[in-house]
Design a protein around this ligand. Structure first.
Ligand code: G
Ligand code: G
Ligand code: MN
Ligand code: NA
Length: 254
């Protein structure tokens, strides 16, 4: 309860901000997009992890307001990047299941797109695999409606849940994100790469883009590329950074 009040106050006092982690095309090593990630820095300089405060925001309902703010902030940053010449850049936004289940979620999304002028084709929403398995009927309906706006959908943390392949086929998704845990394993034992390999193959068979997350070293990047993984994200390429840092990073790179 104390953290809930602290979070509410923090949000009101602008202690929360959004950082962006670049996503890279493994073949060209060029950035193709970024994932928006929420951060909380308290006045004494300490960072509190979203792993800790997102569940509290969900439980308290604050996630509705907070999630909308993240969405609008990320859309605005995308528009700024486009003005700076990065026209094909994609922006990925994490969506909590509490937001997703909210009766006005679709309106909130459309309003964010309209008000900011962000092109829907350049926006992707990330939902977790565990979320994808709950309430199949609601999910299938929602994904259909989201797709109609032009926004795409990725399944985050893929490989950690147990979604059946036949079910996955029924979902209108565009991209699978290989969970960091499986990327870490690919340089370990001989069998370590088997899950990453399976997800890459699955993506190919279903016609879905695949991105590996948590890529920390060059060997992982090379193995992923040799397995046919087109995209990656991780500390090897760039850490999450503020909007202005991202602008500079992209310009230096160009
Ligand atoms: O950025 P970091 O690795 O600390 O994120 C930890 C977790 O918090 C990740 O699972 C990430 O998806 C989640 N997270 C980060 N930002 C957001 C956000 O804006 N909304 C939601 N729902 N989850 C987020
Ligand atoms: O669950 P989700 O994929 O949204 O979480 C993304 C989180 O992973 C972010 O909080 C980000 O800071 C973290 N992250 C991104 N790249 C790396 C990496 O290469 N190594 C580690 N350990 N964490 C990473
Ligand atoms: Mn994510
Ligand atoms: Na993830």
């Amino acid at each position: 309860v104390r953290m809930m009040h602290a979070l509410r106050t923090a949000f009101g006092q602008n202690q929360l901000f959004v950082v962006y982690q670049p996503q890279i095309d493994l073949a060209t090593r060029r950035p193709v997009g970024a994932e928006a990630l929420l951060r909380w820095q308290t006045p004494d300089g300490k960072f509190i992890s979203p792993d800790r405060f997102i569940p509290i925001a969900e439980y308290s309902g604050l996630i509705i307001e907070l999630g909308e703010w993240v969405m609008r902030t990320a859309c605005r940053e995308l528009v700024d990047l486009r003005k700076a010449g990065h026209h094909d850049f994609m922006m990925s936004i994490n969506v909590s299941q509490v937001q997703f289940r909210h009766p006005h979620f679709l309106d909130i999304l459309k309003r964010a797109l309209d008000d900011t002028g962000a092109p829907p084709q350049n926006i992707e929403l990330e939902i977790t695999e565990s979320m994808a398995m709950e309430e199949p009927d609601l999910l299938i309906k929602m994904l259909g409606q989201i797709k109609q706006t032009g926004v795409s959908i990725a399944i985050d943390d893929f490989g950690t849940g147990f979604s059946s392949l036949s079910y996955l086929q029924r979902l209108q998704i565009d991209r699978l994100k290989i969970d960091r845990a499986f990327v870490t394993e690919i340089t370990g034992s001989a069998r370590g790469s088997s899950i990453a390999e399976m997800v890459i193959q699955l993506g190919r068979n279903l016609g879905l883009a695949v991105i590996a997350e948590g890529v920390e070293d060059e060997r992982q990047a090379q193995i992923l590329q040799s397995l046919g993984c087109p995209l990656a994200q991780g500390f090897l390429f760039a850490r999450p950074m503020t909007a202005s840092a991202l602008n500079g990073w992209l310009s230096n790179d160009a």
